[in-house]
Write a protein that binds this ligand. Structure first.
Ligand code: ZN
Length: 110
């Protein structure tokens, strides 16, 4: 049997993802360099990041400022898709009730 080379998902993607889950936050930190403007804590470095929950743990992906629009768009797509799925599921519950009621009526007749 030939060995099948398994194609692994690339961790280096040339473009941002279409959909992501989580929240955009601003990270504020000192870089640790003694001579830096951040050393006295007055003007710390601020960088955007995406935080998200992964199996109960909060994870973080550091971003560059120019990543923010694409990440925000991906978050918006997630929300839109999720809202649509929630609406479909709510309609599904109504349909399920109708179907169950119909079947019950059929059973009474049978
Ligand atoms: Zn610094």
């Amino acid at each position: 049997m030939p060995t099948i080379a398994r194609k692994t998902a690339s961790s280096r993607s040339p473009r941002p993802p279409r959909v992501v889950r989580g929240s955009l936050v601003t990270l504020r930190r000192k870089c640790g360099k003694a001579a830096c403007r951040c050393a006295d804590g007055q003007q710390v470095h601020e960088n955007p990041a995406l935080t998200f929950s992964d199996a109960g743990r909060t994870r973080i992906v550091a971003l560059r400022p120019d990543d923010v629009p694409a990440v925000q768009a991906a978050l918006d797509r997630y929300q839109t898709a999720r809202d649509r799925l929630e609406a479909d599921a709510a309609a599904g519950i109504e349909a399920l009730r109708g179907w169950v009621a119909f079947r019950r009526q059929q059973d009474r007749r049978g």
